[in-house]
Design a protein around this ligand. Sequence first.
Ligand SMILES: Cc1cc2nc3c(=O)[nH]c(=O)nc-3n(C[C@H](O)[C@H](O)[C@H](O)COP(=O)(O)OP(=O)(O)OC[C@H]3O[C@@H](n4cnc5c(N)ncnc54)[C@H](O)[C@@H]3O)c2cc1C
Ligand SMILES: Cc1cc2nc3c(=O)[nH]c(=O)nc-3n(C[C@H](O)[C@H](O)[C@H](O)COP(=O)(O)O)c2cc1C
Length: 749
Amino acid sequence: MRIVSIGGGPAGLYFAILMKKADPAHDITVLERNRLDDTFGFGVVFSEATQENLEKADPETFDAMARQSARWDDIDIHYHGGVISSTGHGFSGLSRRAMLEILARRALALGVTIEIGTDVQDLNPYLDANLVLAADGANSIVRERFAEHFRPSIDWRPNRFVWLGTTRPFPAFTFYFKRDRYGLWRVHAYQYERGHSTFIVEAREATWRAACLDRATEHETIAFCEELFAEELEGHRLQQNRSIWRGFGTVKNERWHHRNVVLLGDAAHTAHFSVGSGTKLAMEDAIVLARAIGQHPDLPEALVAYEAEQRPAVESLQRAAQVSLEYFENTERYMQLEPVQFAFNLLTRSLRITHDNLKVRDPGFVAGVDRWFAGQAATQAQTAVPLDPPPPPLFTPFRLRELLLENRAVVSPMCQYSADDGTPNDWHLVHLGTRAIGGAGLVFTEMTDVTREGRISPGCTGMYKPEHVAAWQRIVDFVHTHSRAAIGLQLGHAGRKASTQFLWQADNEPLPDGNWPIMAASPIPYYPHSQIPKEMDRQDMAEVRNAFARAARMAEDAGFDILELHFAHGYLLASFISPLTNQRRDEYGGALANRMRFPLEVFDAVRVAWPAAKPISVRISAVDWAPGGLESPDAVEVACALRAHGCDILDVSAGQTVADQRPVYGRLFQTPFADRIRHEAGMPVMTVGNISSYTDVNTILAAGRADLCVLARAHLWDPYWTRHAARELGWPVPWPDQYETLDAYKPRF
Ligand SMILES: Cc1cc2nc3c(=O)[nH]c(=O)nc-3n(C[C@H](O)[C@H](O)[C@H](O)COP(=O)(O)OP(=O)(O)OC[C@H]3O[C@@H](n4cnc5c(N)ncnc54)[C@H](O)[C@@H]3O)c2cc1C
Ligand SMILES: Cc1cc2nc3c(=O)[nH]c(=O)nc-3n(C[C@H](O)[C@H](O)[C@H](O)COP(=O)(O)O)c2cc1C
């Protein structure tokens, strides 16, 4: 096979090596415009997991790289004048120049032709090869040439960074967070070979501009950074190597191959340097592509197999990298955290390292975090919490007004579509009762509607008839008598999403017959074929507000511990908040402060009707996942308004406002919104959305991303989720007497 690689970086050279190893008859040419010792930057890092892949793929290259690598286990975080250290991380660093020399030497030894100094501008002479590699890095010209087929996108990020070197031999992977009069500077530094370290300086654009670095030469950059970090450099100098300030661009391509041309490495995808994985991905692309070609004699099939195998791994890493880069874009937000929590938050920022992972790497560090967290919880909850050993964060208490929750797990509101004219029945008793026995600190009812017309479906529960009080009281009493859980009532009105079918019939679709009139902020149907809601007038608003207040009083009569008002998911009150569904011209429409007016009137009426000792939560959709809709800064404004009106905690969900939303799903996908509100609006939050593991819950809590974790489907799957978490985490929760025999039971699956 005749193979031409445009670009002789890690991707192109490593692929050439692997293909030559597989079959020395391949004719492989690597075209590289730069001299090998003329590379940008200084060092690269590899995690231990990456090294295993490389060792298997080509032990010779791996050994040569290992001989020149610097290894370290520790991460040192310099924050507010102190250092927090964590160990067990297992990384190695290598000079980029040394790595390229190793790869080139090995490739030449295997018979690869490397043409140094060839700057390819015209692809045509090369396209008759059997395979053309677009291995020409993030600014790939090959990708641009076939852009209509690869459909690339580059997301340019706002922070600025510069890649510098220094002779200071950092003993650990080192982060600095240092403020000066221009703002906060972040440094990522590590030793990549004896006596040489990478020193990446990063800042917000405003900080960088304020320091006039947008006009700085390389020398001026060095002078500025040497002065700023004089203490940290301990007398060592900074070094430059095409050290230009830039923004990071996340590259993605909808397709990675076209005819005989294939993208790999940075040409195909980039991952922010804070997850240290660009080189790893480039080399793993090469491994997967070479293997696919070995397994599929037909080249087009091989290229399909390569993309099918490697794309999920890349996308998963890009998601982690995205969360990590956003952390560094928003580090200012976390600068008020106590050092131990700041460090835990930083180490777990990309979601790939959890509380459990860190416990394996550095048990002492995690024990310290847990002890600190338990101490904070004791103060917040005004109750005793053991400190030696401390409970896992999930099993610490939390107080909302007079309500003391025993732990931080919450059963999310989930419609059951099983009521008759709003009256809950045995299904609801068993459903909620089981989950309360299951150990969660707080169990929420499904969205329970304040009027008959406000129901999503004919099967939804309500709080609008006198008999509803007794029916709910039976359930509340059961929970209070037989479990240690608190129980909350979620109150809502479905607005334009009322009068629809059950979830399992046709979600959000109008009833086949028997529809009732619906209303909303503006007369916009959910689907084009949905009913057009009536635009609410003042009379309607007064009636709805009074219905909420009446339902709150009935909830108190039924004995509920907490109320949650539903301001999310496109229902009535959400329809006022989102600009996509509120197009009113009166004082209830327009700017966000106006759009919040009616929801806040409802909140105030409920707050008056509900006992002062009992808390109120509000569920919001932080974003609409749709152009022109709510964005996450809006959610902070919504939160601030609610906090000012006495809302105790925000339950941060997202979307479901409009039918053509484009959500970005993934593990813990809504947690960043909760995190932002918690830090920027300064109020307690619950996070919900694709949370299912105990360790994710402990991570979220210990990192300060939320105060409570709300799980919906995980609790349908396993009503005893919290008890099972307790057993797994070695912090058993006593079983009810009836089940006491389980204390000595060991299930085997
Ligand atoms: C600040 C910073 C820090 C980083 N830190 C790390 C880290 O710690 N760990 C890590 O794994 N990764 C890191 N990376 C990422 C890493 O450098 C890249 O992901 C990796 O080099 C990608 O390899 P590649 O072969 O795809 O592309 P490149 O390494 O960019 O190689 C492409 C090659 O193609 C050549 N080329 C381009 N166009 C042409 C042309 N027209 N004709 C001929 N030749 C051409 C270029 O000269 C270059 O040598 C970092 C990146 C940055 C910016
Ligand atoms: C069957 C079902 C019914 C739901 N009903 C409600 C509801 O009544 N009120 C509400 O706010 N959210 C409702 N949701 C959304 C959940 O509360 C939760 O926000 C969502 O399922 C994401 O959490 P998860 O990933 O843990 O399932 C429902 C979800 C499911 C699966």
